[in-house]
Design a protein around this ligand. Structure first.
Ligand SMILES: [Zn+2]
Length: 173
């Protein structure tokens, strides 16, 4: 850990600094969908009393999201809230977490696709469950629009037939 007064830090230093804060500060985390112990969405309450939303998308490739300001501006792909969730998961689900680091995610994540003004499915790997084939090309691109209608229909699918499907917290209105 570099001194906090050292401004010339590497990304690695910056990530370590957030990990250290995740260890030393107090956070209360809760899984919003316990069907998925690791690849889920979490509410994280920090010592300051504010609550943040964390999405654990892929542990192996370190794909995460948080709605805090630090995550939005630091370009590190992590923040102390995400690191706090990872630490807790590592402690609580030792074996599952190790498997997650090796195997990647079993979930299919519906993400915003700003370049195409649409939405896109991640992690399908070319093989989609039947219920989703009608909606997406094998590469994850949406077959038919408008995206707002697709999102509404996919919300229903995620709640019923396709629990591995997740609508990312980064999907805006
Ligand atoms: Zn955060």
């Amino acid at each position: 850990m570099p001194s906090p007064h050292n401004w010339r830090t590497t990304d690695e230093d910056e990530i370590n600094r957030r990990r250290a804060r995740a260890r030393t500060e107090e956070f209360r985390t809760s899984n919003t969908d316990p069907r998925h112990p690791i690849f889920s969405n979490f509410r994280v309450r920090s010592g300051s009393g504010l609550t943040y939303s964390v999405e654990i998308r892929d542990v192996r490739q370190r794909q995460f999201a948080c709605d805090c300001v630090d995550f939005r501006i630091n370009a590190l792909g992590t923040c102390k809230h995400i690191e706090a969730v990872l630490l807790q998961l590592q402690g609580r689900f030792r074996r599952l977490f190790r498997a997650a680091e090796t195997n990647g995610t079993p979930r299919l994540d519906l993400m915003p696709d700003p370049a195409n003004d649409s939405v896109r499915l991640l992690n399908g790997g070319g093989r989609l469950p039947g219920a989703l084939q009608a909606w997406f090309h094998p590469d994850g691109a949406l077959r038919k629009g408008p995206p707002e209608e697709a999102v509404e229909a996919l919300k229903q699918l995620a709640a019923n037939e396709a629990p591995q499907l997740r609508l990312s917290q980064e999907l805006g209105p």
